[in-house]
Each structure stands twice: as structure tokens, then as C-alpha cells.
Design a protein around this ligand. Structure first.
Ligand SMILES: *[C@@H]1O[C@H](CO)[C@@H](O)[C@H](O)[C@H]1NC(C)=O
Ligand SMILES: *[C@@H]1O[C@H](CO)[C@@H](O)[C@H](O)[C@H]1NC(C)=O
Ligand SMILES: *[C@@H]1O[C@H](CO)[C@@H](O)[C@H](O)[C@H]1NC(C)=O
Ligand SMILES: *[C@@H]1O[C@H](CO)[C@@H](O)[C@H](O)[C@H]1NC(C)=O
Ligand SMILES: *[C@@H]1O[C@H](CO)[C@@H](O)[C@H](O)[C@H]1NC(C)=O
Length: 126
């Protein structure tokens, strides 16, 4: 019950925020790996120029923000950001959200994607 309420809420936020920041990467084809960095890309418009943004990792299963990908706020107009090295997580399916630091009600969400254990990266690159 609580979960479905929250997801309804997320959908509403996506709709209202879509005119602002459009996050293009990660998308549903993206795979990130524990122990490696990830790339986030989005499109800002002139209305975000000069504003500061935060980027968070949200566990789709628990709907909790599990990790702040930005410690300090970054300019919303940066349009791409390489994350710090990712820790290991219990679950694998995530969404990234980016929002204006001074406006906690406005988040843009990516598609769901996976963060895989480090051993899969090492195997895939070997
Ligand atoms: C968003 O940015 C991406 C990559 O920079 C670009 O390919 C895409 O066309 C942009 N989308 C919009 C709606 O501006
Ligand atoms: C992320 O940062 C916000 C604001 O600084 C803080 O309230 C929150 O607890 C942090 N979340 C995590 C998962 O560290
Ligand atoms: C986050 O803050 C901690 C402690 O201040 C620092 O060690 C770490 O490098 C910071 N990470 C980022 C991505 O800025
Ligand atoms: C990030 O944005 C900068 C400035 O627009 C651009 O020069 C750079 O190529 C981008 N990096 C990636 C990985 O897209
Ligand atoms: C947050 O963004 C919404 C939608 O753009 C706006 O109506 C509201 O005034 C903003 N709040 C703050 C504190 O800027």
C-alpha cells in the first residue's frame, strides 16, 4: 500500500519535472558495477543555469535513496557527471534521480537499471 502510493507520487513528479532536467543516462540498457564509477548524463535548459543540483541513487525495491552520488552540490548545467566509486549493494535494481538542491520537491528520475557485482565487470572486461 505504502509502496504503490510512493510510486504514484514518483510518476507525478516525473511528469511535472520532465520539462526541466531530462536524464538520458543511465537508461534501462545501462549496467554499473560495484567498485567502478558510473556516468550520469542529463539535459538542462536555460532555466537551470546557475542552480545547484544533487544526484542520488534510489533502490527501486525499497524506494529509498541509498546513496548520495554527489556530496557537494554540482551545477545543474553541467549535463554530465562521473560518480565516485560505487560500493556494493544488497539489491541490484536502481534508478538515479537528479534534483535542484534548494527544491526537494522536484526530482527527475532515470529508467531502472542494474548495478552488478564487481566480479561481473572483471569477467566481462577480461
Ligand atoms: C539530450 O542530450 C543528449 C546527449 O547530450 C542528446 O543526444 C539529446 O538529443 C538531448 N535531448 C534533448 C531533448 O535535448
Ligand atoms: C544524502 O544527503 C542528504 C543531504 O545532505 C542527507 O540528508 C541524506 O541522509 C543523505 N543520504 C544518504 C543515503 O547518505
Ligand atoms: C564526500 O565527502 C567525503 C568526506 O568529506 C570525501 O572523503 C569524499 O571524497 C566525498 N565524495 C565526493 C564524491 O565528493
Ligand atoms: C561532459 O560534458 C562536457 C561539456 O559539455 C563535454 O566536453 C564532455 O565530453 C562530456 N563528457 C561525457 C562523458 O559525455
Ligand atoms: C520548486 O519547484 C516548483 C516547480 O517548479 C515551484 O513551483 C516551487 O516554487 C519551487 N520551490 C522552491 C523553494 O523554489
Amino acid at each position: 500500500m505504502k509502496v504503490s502510493t510512493l510510486f504514484t507520487c514518483i510518476c507525478a513528479l516525473v511528469a511535472s519535472a520532465s520539462a526541466a532536467l531530462e536524464v538520458t543516462i543511465p537508461d534501462s540498457y545501462t549496467e554499473w558495477y560495484s567498485g567502478y564509477t558510473g556516468l550520469v548524463q542529463w539535459n538542462s535548459s536555460a532555466s537551470e543555469f546557475g542552480l545547484l543540483c544533487n544526484i542520488q541513487l534510489v533502490d527501486v525495491e525499497t524506494t529509498e535513496a541509498v546513496y548520495n552520488l554527489t556530496n557537494a552540490s554540482i551545477p545543474c548545467s553541467l549535463d554530465n557527471y562521473t560518480t565516485p566509486i560505487l560500493p556494493s549493494f544488497d539489491n541490484q535494481v536502481f534508478t538515479v534521480r537528479i534534483g535542484e538542491t534548494n527544491n526537494a520537491s522536484l526530482w527527475s528520475y532515470t529508467e531502472n537499471f542494474e548495478i552488478l557485482p564487481q566480479k561481473y565487470h572483471d569477467k566481462n572486461q577480461a
